[in-house]
Design a protein around this ligand. Structure first.
Ligand code: ATP
Length: 345
């Protein structure tokens, strides 16, 4: 992950945007920025306002309050085509009766003279589709269709690109390779990319920064690692990965919890609410260091397995190597082996 995005200047700024649809507050005072060359994910549960925010930036929807700037220019008052922003729709919206080259050439109508003169070849090279220019959309894989849509968006010479659920139409088997290819293409373009997803793994692996939305507001913005390891609250902790919530009594650098003494990511005292990821809990044979637990169930995941263990009344998820010989009903010992995140306290 580059750190360039930590210092790059914000060039798309969303300031205090609110939007209501009747009784529904779709966006509540949302502020965030997209930096030059950055891939920024908007993630959150269904209905949290991701698409509405994207549509406001694109100009398909007007904000009730707030402003959007691209560089020094205020753009939320401009028509969509005058904003310098490209958008790739979830269904790619290609013309079925036009070839790959014709689909891209169509968008060149809106490009400046230099781009028009250069034609479709550099754009198709950019998205690695050279050789396929005479194919029709229905003769392409989902991933290839997506790259045509991207070439078409590049054609108009945008300064930023919006992607709406870019990988939701792709087969799970294609998704990972396609994501890597598209990420390379987008990074090479040097443009700022704002994309909507509801897939946490996609946000964590594809984005330079992530904004987590909930009920029309931004809960936290940051680097994927920071959000994963230092979530600001229980919602972000739970949304970006499985986690165990523990209540404890802190006395400085550690706390007493149902799974024993746990070190904390920051000093605290008194009652605390903690988040401890499944990979931060170790499982060992009965009688080892830690607290006694019973394995309630196991979920095999390939390389890893999740053991759901009961300690008294509470159940915790523990991530362990799938090769470990652990059976449901077995008595084991569990202990924290990394610091817990203090969420409250
Ligand atoms: P999803 O992940 O399901 O696409 P989302 O996070 O993109 O959800 P939005 O589509 O932005 O959410 O919707 C935010 C809220 O605004 C929802 O409660 C939705 O029902 C409401 N909403 C969106 N568009 C309209 C509209 N045109 N008219 C009325 N309500 C709308």
């Amino acid at each position: 992950m580059t750190d360039i995005t930590n210092t790059a200047a914000p060039f798309l700024r969303i300031d205090g945007v609110s939007k209501r649809f009747g009784d529904v507050a779709a966006l509540r005072d949302v502020s965030l920025d997209l930096r030059e060359g950055e891939i920024h994910a908007l993630i959150g549960p269904s209905g949290c306002g991701k698409s509405t925010l994207l549509r406001i930036v694109a100009g398909f929807e007007g904000a009730d309050e707030g402003a959007v700037h691209l560089g020094e220019r205020r753009i939320d008052t401009l028509k969509p085509e005058a904003r310098g922003i490209g958008i790739v729709f979830q269904d790619y919206a290609l013309f079925p009766h036009l070839t790959v080259a014709q689909n891209v050439a169509f968008a060149l109508k809106y490009a400046d003279d230099a781009r028009r003169a250069a034609g479709t070849a550099p754009l198709l090279r950019m998205v690695r589709l050279d050789g396929l220019e005479s194919r029709y959309p229905d003769e392409l894989s989902g991933g290839q269709q997506q790259r045509v849509a991207l070439a078409r968006t590049f054609a108009a010479g945008p300064r930023a690109i919006l992607l709406d659920e870019p990988f939701s139409n792709l087969d799970a088997s294609l998704r990972e390779t396609t994501r890597r290819e598209i990420r390379d293409i987008l990074k090479a373009s040097g443009l700022g990319i704002l994309f909507v997803t509801h897939d946490r793994e996609e946000a964590l692996s594809f984005a330079d920064r992530i904004s987590v939305l909930r009920d029309g507001g931004v809960e936290q913005t940051g680097l994927p690692k920071d959000l994963y390891f230092r979530p600001a609250n229980a919602f972000v902790a739970g949304f970006l990965g499985s986690t165990n919530f523990l209540d404890g009594i802190a006395d400085g650098a550690s706390a007493e919890t149902p799974i024993g003494r746990v070190s904390l990511d920051r000093p605290a005292s008194g009652p605390v609410q903690l988040s401890l990821r499944p990979e931060a809990i170790g499982i060992a044979p009965e009688g080892s260091d830690g607290v006694p637990a019973i394995v309630a169930s196991l979920v095999f995941k390939g390389h890893d397995a999740s053991a759901f263990v009961r300690v008294g009344e509470a159940t915790f998820e523990v991530l362990m190597p799938a090769s470990l010989d652990v059976q449901p009903g077995q008595c084991v010992s569990v202990a924290a082996r990394a610091s817990a995140v203090v969420l409250k306290g």
